[in-house]
Write a protein that binds this ligand. Structure first.
Ligand code: 5AD
Ligand code: SF4
Length: 441
């Protein structure tokens, strides 16, 4: 038998890229590739890239620079660029980086095996189309490997919201939901392979409206309810959501569906209505808070996470103060905050009323200080409490296991009974900056 070819994938950006990288590895598994952790051993290196902010996008060119010596040492090495930078700048990558053999956008991963065969024959290949078919349904599957206890599952992709700062509608295309039957089949397969927690992914996951087996349009709440009937699946999460798609049945699911975890990532971006309008968010700070109030009425222990952008064009000190006020009002368990980054092709990039970088940096530091304080307080409040933990993998200390609480806190336990895949009650004894420690009850 011929020796297996080795594949190294480096993943940047969001969880959807993590999911996509797994699917690409499976697809190339069917072409005889096995994964390697060492780029210097690889026959094929794929960079699965992110275009959301300038810094993320720049990484692809610096990484390609670092790969040059590997290509010189091994002329048979094939290098591919996948993901959102590939989608946005495919032709540019080919021109700027002659060492790249293939460029594949997020909507054409099912064509990767054919592209791989072409580049093996010396061609250079680019595919950044937006075909109609469901790429996941057309992906070849490699050998069925067992899985860790927590997995991602993409159910919806793309976005029609067109927030003025965001490249997603251009890189991931129009919003599309996968049929419920495919999602359910994939979930059952994951559970058969050891998965106990599934995070449903989509850029606008709460706008999910996939075709159900009964021909009706299923909402995300209906999909979650049906997934919850799978024996062995213990926990369900979903991310990322838009406030305007937070429907009644989904809010209600936080009250009625015990497998739906009490954690929600609901980005707001800014606390100023003036800025929200310029961002084309189509909601106000008040309407966002009203949704949070309803969610908390449904599930009082709900932990909230969010995304924030500071320094959007036209943002004044008063606008920024409104963002801080909103953060204080909501109280986040965890959050991500970014300095605005002008992205080519987006409406906001045309604006002239930009905020000075030093001002944006100062605002970011203040916002992050507040968010960190809230995150610490939420974590510290767990000390002495009993939380349910799904153990995932060994920790750094001997005998230690790490898992996630239902609020998505990392929890360390040193106990031989804490094996990967078990869910057990843990009494929290200590809170460190980014994790908790506890004892199995
Ligand atoms: N600049 C800064 N942050 C951005 N995000 C999206 N586009 C930009 C941009 N141009 C942030 C938003 C979004 C998260 C995924 O990334 O907060 O919710
Ligand atoms: Fe981007 Fe807005 Fe769509 Fe989120 S909702 S992916 S921020 S355009």
């Amino acid at each position: 038998m011929a020796q297996a070819k080795k594949l190294f994938i480096r993943t940047y950006g969001c969880q959807m890229n993590v999911y996509d990288s797994e699917r690409m590895a499976e697809a190339l598994g069917a072409s005889g590739y096995v994964a390697t952790e060492r780029p210097e051993d690889a026959d094929m290196i794929l960079l699965n890239t992110c275009h959301i902010r300038e810094k993320a996008a720049e990484k692809v060119y610096s990484e390609l620079g670092r790969l040059k010596p590997l290509k010189t040492a091994n002329p048979d090495l094939k290098i591919g660029v996948a993901g959102c930078v590939a989608q946005a700048e495919g032709a540019e990558i080919m021109r700027r980086a002659p060492l790249v053999d293939l460029v594949v956008g997020p909507q054409t991963y099912h064509r990767l095996p054919a592209m791989e065969a072409a580049v093996r024959n010396g061609a250079r290949a680019v595919d950044t189309e937006f075909p109609e078919e469901d790429k996941f349904a057309h992906l070849p599957k490699g050998p069925r490997a067992s899985r860790g206890p927590a997995a991602f599952l993409t159910v919806q992709e793309g976005c029609d919201k067109f927030c003025a700062f965001c490249v997603v509608p251009y890189t991931r295309g129009a919003e599309a939901s996968r049929p419920a039957a495919r999602v359910l089949a994939e979930a059952r397969d994951l559970v058969d392979r050891g998965v106990r927690e599934i995070t449903l992914l989509g850029q606008n996951v709460n706008a999910y409206h996939g075709e159900g087996p009964d021909g009706a349009d299923w909402s995300l709440a209906r999909l979650i309810d049906t997934l919850a009937r799978i024996d062995g699946l213990a926990r369900i999460r979903f991310t990322t959501s838009h406030p305007n798609d937070m429907r009644d049945d989904l809010i209600e699911a936080f009250a009625s569906q015990p497998k739906l975890m009490p954690y929600l990532h609901l980005p707001v971006q800014s606390g100023s209505d003036r800025i929200l309008k310029r961002m084309n968010r189509k909601h106000t700070a008040e309407s966002y808070v009203a949704i949070i109030d309803r969610l908390r009425a449904a599930r009082p222990d709900l932990a909230l996470s969010g995304d924030f952008i500071v320094g959007f064009p036209g943002e004044t000190d008063a606008d920024f103060e409104d963002t801080l006020a909103l953060v204080r009002r909501v109280g986040y368990g965890q959050a991500y905050s970014f300095k605005y980054s002008a992205r080519p092709g987006t409406p906001a990039a045309e604006r002239r009323d930009t905020v000075a970088d030093a001002v944006a940096s100062e605002r970011l530091a203040r916002l992050q200080a507040l968010l960190t304080e809230q995150q610490r307080a939420a974590q510290d409040a767990m000390v002495g409490c009993c939380v349910s933990v799904l153990f995932e993998k060994p920790g750094r200390m001997p005998g230690q296991m790490v898992g996630k609480s239902d609020h998505l806190h990392a929890v360390h336990v040193t106990d031989p009974r804490a094996t990967p895949g078990t869910i057990a009650p843990v009494r929290i004894t200590a809170s460190a900056p980014n994790s908790l420690a506890g004892e199995l009850l």
